[in-house]
Design a protein around this ligand. Structure first.
Ligand SMILES: [Zn+2]
Length: 489
């Protein structure tokens, strides 16, 4: 369906993304900014509940956070800006207006590259979040919690450069990662700390079609699905000769469809005007430069560096990009290698880095049983992990033993060579001892031995398996095969 749609009509898609900013206090008062507070109306004060006579004071940390995000997203930072009042009535908005930014946002004209395609960012501005309404089931009243009212909220608006559900998802994912790397927002979609809204229209010509808004998209997957569904739905509507209605649609999780929430009456008139209780804002060049100078490495820079420094493939790199703790751990272990590689005069360490990535990604993740890697909870020190990988690299332990050693290290945090010694797991180097075991296995398994002699290759595998079992994986598989063949002649 989607395929046909993209052929017949050109989708024009823009995103509006809100992210709650990480600060100590709320946007315009000193109440705690704690998105996890469960007690309703706990973090509130006269300012964020709009008592008469109170005045807002802008949160400097929130402003810096938005500028940081703007710089990371290639935006121009406005030297002069201001806050505005956006007037509308809703019970979760105690003041009857929201302090936001209208015509002079802090950041504009940026872009973010996804898959080599530039998605332009029209603006990023700062505003305050609203409270939260809840409607207890079966009751004839609603409840309001103002803990969230007045939390600093960043709003990013893209140009309509997105052409598919996939692009919408990639953009949102990359943005989330950037916000996390910058430390400006936790940007957790499930907790509503990051909210994505989609504007989408279809057209055959250059004239834009009727715009539909999709709200309440609570995961990246849903963003992709909702966009693709909407492209297909609007195509069907247009194909049947009908008109797309301008409306706001929601996403139905179970049915996996969008559904009409409300038709747009007219464009809202928010009667914006400059916030009289806050002075206009002027940024000195130095203020912006200072923020620029402390920007951390961003996901894309990290991708490029990991490719260059460690010669890893795209897949493991992407896992490291998403899991910051895991990648930092990887780099600590990798730096242990560097000294060793220098001392041993080994050129490059590609194989070591690949081994390390493998053991960190597949085996360690397996031991974590789906839990996220958190370095402070991880018992293996980078030094021990480095030693462990070196032992594999040097052939001191085979892959089977490695698994056992890693398991013990994971549980105890012990030194790998000590584990190998204590459990007698070192690679069997005594060939005559190994040959004795090989002979014993052949004797104990006359049928497979005869099968092999009559040309059944599979039988050799079975016998080799028995030898490995007997030696608890400490024998070299190649040597076992050689000795078996020799003794089966
Ligand atoms: Zn307050």
């Amino acid at each position: 369906m989607t395929y046909i749609a993209t052929l017949k009509y050109k989708p024009t898609i823009g995103l509006e993304i809100h992210a709650e900013l990480r600060t100590n206090s709320k946007m315009f008062c000193s109440c705690k900014n704690d998105p996890d507070e469960k007690r309703p109306n706990f973090n509130i004060c006269p300012v964020c509940t709009a008592q008469p006579g109170t005045l807002p004071v802008a949160n400097m940390q929130a402003i810096k956070n938005v500028v940081k995000a703007g710089l990371a997203l290639n935006c121009e930072i406005s030297r002069d800006s201001k806050f505005d009042r956006k007037n509308y009535f809703y019970p979760d908005l105690p003041k009857g207006y929201q302090i936001s930014q209208y015509d002079m946002p802090f950041c504009k004209n940026g872009f973010l590259e996804i898959d080599g395609k530039k998605i332009r960012i029209a603006r990023i501005h700062l505003e305050e979040d609203t409270g939260r309404l809840s409607h207890p089931e079966g009751s004839d009243y609603s409840l309001v919690d103002y803990n969230r009212a007045g939390l600093p909220l960043m709003e990013l608006v893209t140009e309509p450069d997105i052409a598919s559900g996939r692009e919408a998802r990639l953009f949102s994912e990359e943005l989330q990662m950037i916000l996390k790397y910058l430390g400006v927002s936790s940007a957790d979609m499930e907790k509503g700390q990051m909210r994505v809204e989609v504007n989408i229209s279809l057209s055959k010509t250059d004239k834009l079609g009727t715009k539909v808004e999709i709200k309440n998209l609570n995961s990246f997957k849903v963003v992709e699905k909702a966009v693709d569904f909407e492209i297909a739905r609007q195509t069907e509507v247009l194909e049947s000769g009908e008109k797309v209605i301008q409306e706001t649609r929601g996403w139905h999780d179970k049915k996996e469809i969008t559904f009409s929430q409300r038709e747009k009456e007219e464009a809202h008139d928010y009667r914006y005007f400059p916030e009289p209780d806050l002075p206009p804002i002027h940024f000195e060049e130095k203020f912006i430069d200072d923020i620029k100078s402390v920007l951390p490495e961003l996901p894309q820079q990290k991708r490029e560096r990991f490719t260059k420094e460690y010669s890893l493939d795209e897949k493991p790199i992407e896992i490291f990009i998403v899991n910051k703790d895991l990648s930092e751990y990887f780099e600590k272990v990798a730096s242990e290698f560097r000294a060793w590689l220098d001392a041993e005069k080994i050129k490059g360490g590609d194989k070591l880095y690949k081994l390390l990535a493998n053991y960190l990604i597949s085996d360690t993740q397996g031991l974590l049983q789906g839990k996220e890697f958190v370095e402070t909870e991880f018992k293996i020190t980078p030094e021990n992990f480095a030693e462990f990988v070196k032992m594999i690299y040097k052939g001191e332990i085979g892959s089977k033993v490695a698994k056992m050693v890693l398991q013990i290290m994971f549980n105890t945090g012990n030194d790998p060579s000590q584990i190998v010694e204590e459990n007698n797991l070192g690679q069997m180097t005594d060939e005559s001892a190994l040959e004795a075991i090989v002979k014993e296995i052949i004797e104990k398994n006359p049928k497979p031995a005869a099968d092999y002699k009559s040309g059944k290759q599979n039988a050799l595998q079975f016998l080799a398996g028995q030898v490995m079992k007997e030696t608890r994986g400490t024998a070299k598989p190649d040597t076992v095969h050689e000795l078996l063949k020799k003794n089966l002649q």
